[in-house]
Design a protein around this ligand. Structure first.
Ligand code: 5GP
Ligand code: ZN
Length: 115
């Protein structure tokens, strides 16, 4: 728990969010500014600042995050149509919240390349 961190506060229940799934390792909640009909954030409970701060100890966690991404896409009914999982890292990557998270976007056709 980092008391200056928005997502740590959501995980701790100090700031409300629409939570879709939670287990011992992560929380999945709706993005406040959705960029697709379905836009969820998959957020590890451990405060990890960016992708660059991952260590080999986090390998199982990252695998679990992708498992949950697929499960959520299936549960919400857009897995077969297709979806996108996005991680933004640092300023040029578009990161604005400094607690590792993965966007799960679905429910519309995505474009390539991303902006
Ligand atoms: P990033 O830009 O770091 O990849 O993604 C951060 C995401 O967090 C953005 O898509 C933004 O809309 C979302 N976000 C920012 N503040 C809040 C908030 O207070 N609650 C929720 N649910 N999402 C937030
Ligand atoms: Zn945090």
């Amino acid at each position: 728990m980092n008391s200056d961190c928005l997502f740590c506060k959501i995980i701790a229940g100090e700031i409300p969010a629409t939570i879709h799934f939670e287990d011992s390792q992560l929380v999945v909640f709706e993005d406040i500014g959705p960029q697709a009909p379905h836009h969820l954030l998959i957020v590890p409970k451990k405060h990890i600042r960016t992708t660059l701060d991952l260590t080999p100890l986090d390998n199982e966690l990252v695998g679990h995050i992708y498992q949950i991404a697929g499960r959520m896409a299936r549960d919400l009914g857009f897995s077969e149509a297709g979806f996108r999982v996005v991680n933004n890292c640092n300023d040029a990557g578009g990161q604005t919240v400094w607690h590792l998270h993965f966007h799960l976007l679905g429910g519309r056709d995505m474009t390539w390349p991303p902006g």
